[in-house]
Write a protein of this length. Structure first.
Lengths: 820, 215
C-alpha cells in the first residue's frame, strides 16, 4: 500500500525536496490512518506530531482524488482539529497552510474560537473550510446552531490535540460528548465511521487516555509512540546564604539578580510562574532592576487583553522579545523557535507539567531542553531535587478521567435543545457510549430530562417552570431568550465574576475578578497587564481606571491556579529527605539546604522516608499540631480533617485547619489531646468511611465543588451583555443555592455530584487509604519544639484554612467575639 | 432559647430564632424581606431551583402566627421578590386562613407590583409606617432623631464572629443601631450581608434554633 498510493509519494517527494524525511512514528501513524483506524499519537512537542496526523489526512485525500486534488475546491469540512488553546490554533493553522500551499492543494484552513469575528463565522457557515481548528467550547457552539448536522456531513476525521491536557477536565468531557454526536450523525447518515485520533504528551495512563477519547473500546485502535528521548537538563538557581533566604511567603524576586544574567545570555527566555499575580510582580520587578529591558519584556496570562496576548505570541515567533513572564497560558505546545531558555519560578507541583515547560526551550529535534528552577522559599529546593530524581526515573503522573459529570451533560442537552432539538432515545445511546457516562443509570437520565423540562421532580400545581419543551421523545427549546442566554454561557471554565478594566477615555486593558475590585476604594492603585492603574469607579460592569505614576501598587490575586502536588512527586520528595539526611548527598540543592536541615533537626526532627513527623507547638495563637505526610494539598486537607474529627471525638474541641503540599496544621484554643501512645489509632483505616462522611468538611468541600457545577448546569444567571439591570432579580450565589438545595431538595443529582467530586477527586479516597496505611505502619515521631520550625513555618503563614468542630454551635459562639 | 426577650425603649420585643420579632404591646408580628415568589421567578426563567421554598416560607410564617396570635403582621419591605407569578395566588389562598389579622407592608425596592394586586390579596401598603414612636422603613437610615427609632430590613444582615484558633462563622442577626435596627431576612432563599458589630448597640445572632446576644 505504502508505495503504490500516490498520496504517500507526493508527500515524501515534497519532504525530500526540502531535505527532510518523515520520522518513523509519522510513517507509522500515516499507515494506520490510511487503514481507517483510530488511535493516539504520543510524541513530545517539536517533533512533528501535527504532521503525523495532518499529512495522513492529506495523503488520504490525494489517494481519493489523484487527478483533481490540486483543483477541487468547496469540499466541505473534512478534518476537525480540536485544540485546548486559541494560541495553539493560529500556530497550527499557519503550519498547515504552508504545507497545503506548497503542495498546491486549494484547501482552506479555518479557525473557530471565542475570538473568531462574526463576519468570519458567517462566511464559514456559508462555505466551511476543509480544515477547521476549534476549541471544545466552539465545537459545542457549532452544535448549538440550527441545522448543524449539515456542517459535518463530509467530516472524515477528528483530532484532539494536547489530549493529556483535556483528559481529566470537564473540557475533556465536552469533547467526549461532541464526538459522541459526530459519530452518531455519521452513523445515522450511513457514512463510514469517523476516524478519531488524539495527540498526547507522555502521561502515566496513555491506554486509558485513548479509551476515554474513543468512548467504547476499539480493538483496532493503536497507540503510536515517537520513541524520541528528549534530553532535559535542570539547574537550580541557588541562594548564596540559605540562612537568609525566606522560609515562606515570598515570590522569588529576591533571587532575580541571579536570573537576570541568564536572561541576558539567552536569546529569548520564558519565565514561568504559577499564578497570575506573581507574573505581574515579576514583570514590575524585572523592569525596576533592569530598565533596559523595557520594550523587550512582555507579560502573558489569561486575564490580559487578547490583542496584547496575540502581539506577545507574534513577537515570540519573530524573536523580538528578550523575555516573557507567563503562567500556564503558555504551557502548551506552541512552537516558539527563538526560545532557548526557560526559568521556572516556584514549584511546578508535578513532573508532567515541569517536563512540558522544559520542552518550551530547545524545540528543535535533538536539542537539549534546559530549564532553570528558581525557588520562592528554601524548602522548594527539595522539590527541585525531587524533580531531578523523577526525570531520571521517568516517573510521570496519570490523569484521572472525569466520570458522570452531570452538569456538563445538562449543558450539552440544552445545547442540543436550542439548535434542532433532540430525540432522547438516540442521544441516550450516544451518551451512554462515552467513557464519562457509561455507568449512568436510566433513573439518572430521566432525572436530567425532568430537570430540563419540569425543573426537577418537585412538581406542584402552581409551578411555572419553563425551559425545554417535551413532545413525546423529542425535546426542544423554543424560547429565543433562553437560547440566547444558553449560547452565552456554553463552556465549563468557571472563574469568579470578571469585570472589564478600561481607561476613562476608552481602551481595554484586561479582566479582573469582581471580589478584588470590591476591596478597592477610588484612588487606590493596582497593577494589571504590567501597568499601574488608579481605580476611579465601576460603571456598567466595567472598571474605569486612569494611568498612575505610583511606585507601589496592590497586585490583584486571581483565585484558582493553586495546583496540588502530585502523588509521584510526593513520594520522591519523601525519599529526597532521606538523601538529605544521609549527610553525603551530591545533589547541589540539598547541599545548600544543609544548614536548614540542621536547624530543623536541632529544633525538632527531619523525618526519614519511613517516618511521619508530628510537631506540637504552643504559641500565642493557641495550640498547634503540625504533621508532614507529603501527600499534596488535597490529601493533606482530608487527612487533617479526619484527624481533627477523630481528636474531637475524644473531647469537645474546635480546630482551625491549614495545609500546604507538605503537611497540615491543626490549631485549637485548648490543648490537643494527643500522646505517643494513642497517636496511631488516628491513622487507622477502621471506620474510615463513616468518619469521613461525618467530618463537616465534606459539606464545605462539596459546597466549593458546587460552585462550578451550578454555573455549568446553568443555575447561575450571568446576565445578558448590556442588560445588566433587568436581570438583577435573577441573581443568586452558588453558596446560597447550595444551602437551598441541601434544605429543600437533598436528592438533587447536581448536589450529589458535588459530594462525589469532593470525595473522589478532592479527597482522592484511594490515595488517602494508601497513605493512611503507610503512616499506620511507619514510625510516628512526635516532637515538642519551643518555637516554629523551618518545616511548619510555610504552613502557618501561607496556606488555605478550614475548620472542624465537635462543640455545639451555641457554645462556640459564646467563646467567640464579633469581628471588628 | 428559641426566643429572647429584649426590653428596649420601654417596650417588650420577643426576638424569635425563626427570623421574626413579636412586639408584645402592639400585638404585632414583624418580619422583613420574605422575597415570596423568588424561586418561582427563577423557575419561570428556566433556572431549576427547588419549587417549594415559597410554600415553606409561608408555612413558617403560619407557625409564627399560630404561636403569637398577633393582631397585625408588619412586613418591612420586599414581601414579594419580583413581578407577578403564581406565588401571588398561592399567598391569596394562604391569606384566607387569617381574615382577622391585618397585614401591613412597608414598601421595599422589590415590591414592584401594581396596587391592585395588593388590594386583591388584602395587604395594606405604606411608603412608611409609624406606630407609637417606632418608625418602619425598608432601607436602614441612621439619621439622628431621638424622638423616634426606625425598624428596617433590606440588607439581610449577618455578622462574622471569630474565636481563638482562627475560627470564623457567618450568622444572620438582629442588629440594633443607635437610631435604627435592621431585621434578618425572613425568606430562606436569601443571602447575608456582613455588618460591623462594633458600631451597634446590640446584636443578636441566630444560630440554629437559638438567639444569642453577642454585643
Amino acid at each position: 500500500m505504502k508505495n503504490t498510493a500516490s498520496g504517500w509519494k507526493v508527500i515524501t517527494t515534497w519532504l525530500a525536496a526540502r531535505d527532510r524525511q518523515p520520522f518513523a512514528f509519522q510513517e507509522e501513524a500515516w499507515t494506520h490512518y490510511l487503514q481507517g483506524k483510530s488511535g493516539l499519537v504520543n510524541a513530545p512537542t517539536g517533533y512533528g506530531k501535527t504532521f503525523s496526523l495532518f499529512l495522513g489526512v492529506v495523503i488520504d485525500w490525494i489517494n481519493r482524488h489523484p487527478k483533481d486534488y490540486t483543483s477541487k475546491t468547496k469540499n466541505g469540512l473534512q478534518l476537525l482539529w480540536i485544540t485546548p488553546l486559541r494560541a495553539l490554533a493560529k500556530d497550527i493553522a499557519r503550519a498547515m497552510e504552508e504545507v497545503l500551499q506548497e503542495l498546491d492543494i486549494p484547501w482552506q484552513v479555518g479557525i473557530r474560537s471565542g475570538d473568531t469575528p462574526v463576519s468570519t463565522r458567517a462566511a464559514q457557515k456559508k462555505n466551511m473550510p476543509e480544515v477547521l481548528l476549534i476549541t471544545p467550547e466552539s465545537l459545542h457552539l457549532l452544535i448549538g446552531q440550527k441545522e448543524y448536522p449539515k456542517v459535518f456531513s463530509y467530516l472524515t476525521t477528528v483530532v484532539a490535540d494536547e489530549w493529556h491536557e483535556l483528559l481529566g477536565t470537564k473540557r475533556g468531557v465536552m469533547i467526549e460528548l461532541g464526538l459522541s454526536r459526530l459519530k452518531g450523525l455519521a452513523k445515522k447518515e450511513g457514512r463510514p465511521p469517523i476516524k478519531i485520533w488524539g495527540i498526547s504528551a507522555t502521561i502515566g495512563n496513555l491506554a486509558e487516555a485513548m479509551d476515554v477519547l474513543l468512548g467504547t473500546p476499539d480493538p483496532q485502535a493503536v497507540i503510536v509512540r515517537a520513541k524520541i528521548d528528549k534530553k532535559i537538563e535542570l539547574q537550580s538557581i541557588l541562594p548564596d546564604e540559605i540562612e537568609k533566604y525566606p522560609w515562606a511567603g515570598h515570590l522569588g524576586t529576591r533571587l532575580l539578580y541571579k536570573a537576570l544574567p541568564i536572561v541576558d545570555e539567552s536569546r529569548t527566555t520564558l519565565i514561568f510562574t504559577n499564578v497570575r499575580s506573581q507574573t505581574e510582580i515579576w514583570y514590575q520587578e524585572i523592569l525596576r532592576q533592569c530598565p533596559d529591558l523595557a520594550g523587550a519584556l512582555a507579560l502573558h496570562h489569561g486575564s490580559i487583553d487578547m490583542e496584547l496576548r496575540i502581539w506577545v505570541e507574534e513577537a515570540l515567533h519573530t524573536g523580538t522579545l528578550k523575555a516573557v513572564v507567563c503562567t500556564s497560558s503558555l504551557d502548551l505546545g506552541v512552537d516558539f523557535r527563538p526560545v532557548d531558555t526557560v526559568i521556572q519560578v516556584g514549584s511546578p507541583k508535578g513532573v508532567a507539567r515541569f517536563l512540558q515547560r522544559a520542552g518550551r526551550s530547545g524545540h528543535q529535534p535533538g536539542a537539549t531542553s534546559k530549564i532553570w528552577f528558581l525557588p520562592t522559599h528554601s524548602l522548594e529546593l527539595v522539590e527541585a531535587a525531587a524533580l531531578k530524581a523523577a526525570i531520571a526515573q521517568q516517573v510521570v503522573e496519570s490523569r484521572m478521567p472525569v466520570i458522570l459529570a452531570f452538569d456538563v451533560l445538562l449543558q450539552y442537552l440544552m445545547t442540543l435543545a436550542i439548535s434542532d432539538g433532540f430525540h432522547a432515545g438516540e442521544i441516550w445511546v450516544e451518551v451512554r457510549n462515552t467513557f464519562c457516562f457509561r455507568d449512568m443509570t436510566e433513573d439518572e437520565w430521566q432525572w436530567l430530562l425532568a430537570f430540563l423540562t419540569t425543573g426537577g421532580d418537585a412538581l406542584y400545581s402552581y409551578d411555572e417552570f419553563k425551559k425545554v419543551e417535551r413532545e413525546g421523545d423529542f425535546f426542544i427549546c423554543r424560547s429565543r431568550m433562553q437560547a440566547m442566554r444558553h449560547r452565552l454561557h456554553i463552556g465549563v471554565i468557571v472563574s469568579d465574576a470578571m469585570l472589564k478594566v478600561k481607561f476613562m477615555g476608552g481602551g481595554f486593558i484586561g479582566m479582573i475578578e469582581e471580589w478584588f475590585i470590591a476591596r478597592l476604594t477610588a484612588g487606590d492603585t493596582f497593577s494589571l497587564g504590567g501597568r499601574i492603574l488608579e481605580f476611579v469607579m465601576i460603571k456598567d460592569m466595567t472598571v474605569l481606571v486612569r494611568k498612575s505614576n505610583a511606585k507601589k501598587a496592590i497586585v490583584p490575586s486571581w483565585m484558582g491556579g493553586r495546583l496540588p502536588l502530585s502523588p509521584n512527586l510526593g513520594k520522591i520528595l519523601r525519599e529526597t529527605f532521606n538523601e538529605a539526611l544521609s549527610g553525603n548527598t551530591t545533589t547541589p540543592e540539598l547541599q545548600v539546604l544543609q544548614p536548614l536541615f540542621n536547624l530543623q533537626e536541632y529544633l525538632s526532627h527531619v523525618p526519614k522516608a519511613d517516618e511521619l513527623l508530628i510537631e506540637m507547638i504552643h504559641t500565642r495563637d493557641g495550640y498547634h499540631l503540625f504533621a508532614y505526610p507529603f501527600e499534596g494539598r488535597l490529601v493533606n486537607e482530608v487527612m487533617a480533617t479526619l484527624l481533627a474529627y477523630r481528636l474531637s471525638k475524644r473531647t469537645p474541641i474546635t480546630f482551625s485547619i491549614a495545609m500546604n503540599d507538605y503537611g497540615f496544621e491543626l490549631l485549637s484554643d485548648q490543648p490537643i489531646p494527643l500522646t505517643p501512645d494513642d497517636v496511631y489509632e488516628l491513622f487507622s483505616l477502621d471506620h474510615l468511611n463513616i468518619d469521613l462522611q461525618a467530618s463537616v468538611n465534606s459539606t464545605e468541600m462539596a459546597r466549593r465543588k458546587f460552585r462550578d457545577i451550578a454555573v455549568i448546569a446553568g443555575l447561575i444567571f450571568q446576565g445578558y451583555p448590556g442588560k445588566h439591570k433587568q436581570s438583577r432579580h435573577l441573581q443568586s450565589s452558588a453558596s446560597l443555592l447550595f444551602n437551598v438545595f441541601t434544605e429543600y431538595d437533598p436528592q438533587n443529582l447536581l448536589l450529589r455530584q458535588a459530594f462525589n467530586e469532593a470525595f473522589f477527586y478532592q479527597m482522592e479516597e484511594a490515595r488517602l487509604r494508601e497513605s493512611l496505611d503507610r503512616i499506620y505502619h511507619s514510625k510516628i515521631v512526635i516532637t515538642y519544639p519551643e518555637q516554629l520550625t523551618p518545616f511548619c513555618f510555610p504552613i502557618k503563614v501561607d496556606s488555605l484554612r478550614e475548620q472542624l468542630t465537635s462543640e455545639k454551635l451555641e457554645d462556640r459562639i459564646k467563646k467567640m467575639r464579633p469581628e471588628f | 432559647m428559641e426566643e429572647v426577650i429584649y426590653n428596649f425603649r420601654n417596650q417588650t420585643w420577643l426576638l424569635s430564632a425563626h427570623r421574626a420579632v413579636f412586639w408584645k404591646e402592639e400585638q404585632a408580628l414583624i418580619v422583613s424581606d420574605i422575597h415570596l415568589g423568588k424561586s418561582a421567578h427563577f423557575r419561570k426563567a428556566g433556572i431549576a431551583v427547588p419549587a417549594n421554598i415559597g410554600q415553606d416560607d409561608l408555612y413558617r410564617l403560619q407557625k409564627l402566627i399560630t404561636v403569637y396570635n398577633p393582631a397585625q403582621v408588619i412586613i418591612v419591605g420586599d414581601m414579594f421578590h419580583s413581578s407577578h407569578n403564581n406565588d401571588v395566588p398561592l399567598f391569596k389562598l394562604w391569606r384566607q386562613q387569617f381574615p382577622h389579622i391585618r397585614f401591613k407592608l412597608v414598601k421595599g425596592n422589590h415590591d414592584i407590583m401594581p396596587k391592585q394586586v395588593y388590594i386583591d390579596i388584602d395587604v395594606e401598603v405604606y411608603d412608611a409606617l409609624q406606630i407609637q414612636e417606632i418608625h418602619f422603613a425598608h432601607e436602614p437610615c441612621e439619621e439622628a432623631d431621638d424622638s423616634k427609632y426606625t425598624f428596617s430590613g433590606h440588607i439581610h444582615p449577618g455578622v462574622a464572629v471569630s474565636g481563638a484558633g482562627r475560627q470564623r462563622l457567618r450568622l444572620p442577626c438582629f442588629y440594633f443601631g443607635r437610631n435604627c435596627s435592621i431585621l434578618p431576612a425572613f425568606g430562606r432563599f436569601t443571602g447575608l450581608a456582613m455588618l460591623d458589630a462594633e458600631a451597634a448597640d446590640a446584636v443578636f445572632v441566630i444560630a440554629n434554633n437559638s438567639v444569642l446576644k453577642i454585643s
